[in-house]
Design a protein around this ligand. Structure first.
Ligand code: AMP
Ligand code: MG
Length: 487
């Protein structure tokens, strides 16, 4: 197996990382391998045994061309600045250049301590590893920008948490692992030169169209804001709660990163929080746009030395860009909602239509994911599906009538509208109760439920025979759902 490494960060960014080494696992065993993703990366695994894949993607055998390292970064965690974080349980093997020329980081997560592990063991338990694999692949299938999962390997060792769990290593693929926190680290400890170096590198690697801008660092801020607005609009559109939007978990590429306590809303409530450590609801479903805004303000602060060094007037402009985020987010959000509702171009009163919908979904405790499919069914003359989701069949009649008026103004026929809606509104998402069931079985050594769930969430839109359970909300007996950070 040949991986085409070309490690630009290792070569160009000395001082921004610490070289590292994986801890040898005692008995690596392949749990899952993403062959489609491997092919997309130009990695030919045809002649590679599962045993060999397990050795490579657990850190037991270093692939040729890798330069393992841990990245330095800082971050605001729940609003408080931690000047020193860094990859404490992750090791960047290097960058892979895919056949189409795109460059991706290949990183092991859970492969043992690094220079940044502080008191942590640098390891990961099988549950969080399989959870990240599953949810990141679901997000990719939903068209939400995200890091990907290439491999999950059991290490054969135990990892001590509140009790001992089987250990595992995840191989994460990302456009890069440069975070808002990476900029914060170098702004806090080193100043303008380092921030400029990091910004220049980021622009060359991710946004080469910005190189020629008069103030490229300001342009970088603007681009990242745009990507974050789109990303969070997409999260809200699929009912996703990230759960730990600390600035060290915000990738400048606009990919969803760090699947710890994340989960999807079922019965809709804007204040939904799943994470057991988010006691104040800082990262609740409906607060994600405000937090994104706050995080972008921190990004702007970290970039200021570079922006100012290029042109002092850029500082005032940066402030303006940050102030405009709520407005930009609203535009991205309404565009997202028009797609979900089968409506085309912007129209007068769209904001009120959307806001009133969310108020109704919450008041009537409607299952978020099921609702949009049921709405499309109305366009096919089926009113029963929606009626079944509501406490009484006519509960949303007034809102439906308003929506219907706008649908009627579309040029496409109702049935074509319904088909378009079904292409953006998923039928299958990683339902909380299904995820828990699959992970509990996997921990006991039975991977089948997890594999089936993975297969289901990889095809979110088209109805499949025999999979009705996966489209259903949790039973009452499942109760309120709590998640834990993926350590
Ligand atoms: P996270 O909650 O995953 O965003 O991680 C926050 C910080 O804690 C990062 O710097 C991680 O590398 C570090 N960290 C989390 N878990 C561990 C662990 N088991 N060992 C070492 N460092 C860890
Ligand atoms: Mg993190």
């Amino acid at each position: 197996m040949n991986i085409r490494f070309d490690n630009s960060f290792f070569t160009a960014m000395e001082g921004f990382y610490a070289p590292g080494e994986a801890t040898e696992p005692s008995a690596p065993h392949l749990l899952a391998f993403n062959h489609l993703l491997a092919r997309r990366l130009g990695i030919d695994t045809a002649d590679t045994s599962d045993e060999e894949l397990a050795r490579i993607f657990s850190g037991k055998a270093l692939p040729q061309g890798a330069n393992p390292l841990a990245l330095a970064y800082a971050g605001h965690q729940f609003g408080h600045f931690s000047p020193q974080l860094g990859d404490g349980r992750a090791l960047l093997l290097g960058e892979v250049v895919a056949p189409d020329g795109l460059r991706f980081d290949m990183q092991l997560k859970g492969s043992g301590p690094t220079a940044f592990s502080r008191n942590g063991d640098g390891k990961a338990a099988i549950g969080p590893v399989l959870r990240e694999f599953l949810v990141s692949e679901a997000m990719a299938a939903l068209g939400v920008p995200t890091t990907r999962s290439l491999a999950a390997v059991a290490t054969g060792d135990r990892v001590q948490r509140e009790r001992a769990h089987p250990g595992a290593v995840l191989t994460r693929i990302a456009s890069s692992h440069i975070r808002v926190g990476t900029f914060q680290f170098f702004a806090a400890h080193f100043g303008a030169d380092h921030v400029i170096q990091l910004s220049d590198y980021s622009i060359r690697r991710h946004f080469p169209d910005l190189v020629a801008e008069s103030n490229p660092h300001l342009a970088l801020l603007d681009r990242v804001i745009e990507l974050q607005c789109t990303l969070v609009a997409q999260w809200l559109g699929v009912g996703f709660v990230h759960g730990v939007m600390n600035t060290d978990n915000v990738a400048i590429t606009g990919e969803t990163i760090d699947y710890g306590p994340c989960a999807f809303v079922d019965r809709f409530a804007v204040e939904t929080v799943f994470s057991s450590i988010d006691a104040n609801g800082r990262y609740a479903y409906g607060r994600q746009p405000q937090i994104m805004h706050w995080n972008m303000a921190r990004f702007a602060e970290a970039l200021l030395p570079a922006i100012h060094a290029t042109d002092p007037a850029g500082v005032e402009e940066a402030k303006e860009r940050v102030d405009r985020i709520p407005h930009r987010f609203r535009i991205a959000w309404l565009a997202q909602m028009r797609r979900k509702l089968g409506l085309g171009d912007p129209f007068e009163g769209e904001g009120a239509l959307v806001d009133d919908l969310f108020e109704a979904l919450e008041r009537l405790e409607v299952d978020f994911t099921s609702f949009f499919r049921a709405l499309a069914s109305l366009l096919r003359g089926d009113g029963d599906t929606l009626a079944r989701l509501l406490p009484e069949p006519a509960a949303m009649a007034a809102w439906i009538a308003r929506w219907w008026e706008h649908v009627e103004q579309q040029t496409a026929s109702p049935v074509e509208r319904a088909a378009a809606m079904d292409m953006v509104n998923p039928l299958y998402i990683p339902r909380n109760h299904q995820v828990e069931r699959a992970l509990a079985a996997a921990e006991q050594g039975d991977l089948d439920p997890w594999l089936e769930l993975l297969d289901v969430v990889r095809h979110p839109y088209a109805l499949r025979a025999g999979k009705a359970d996966y489209a259903s909300p949790p039973p009452e007996s499942f109760g309120p759902y709590k998640t834990f950070c993926g350590t």
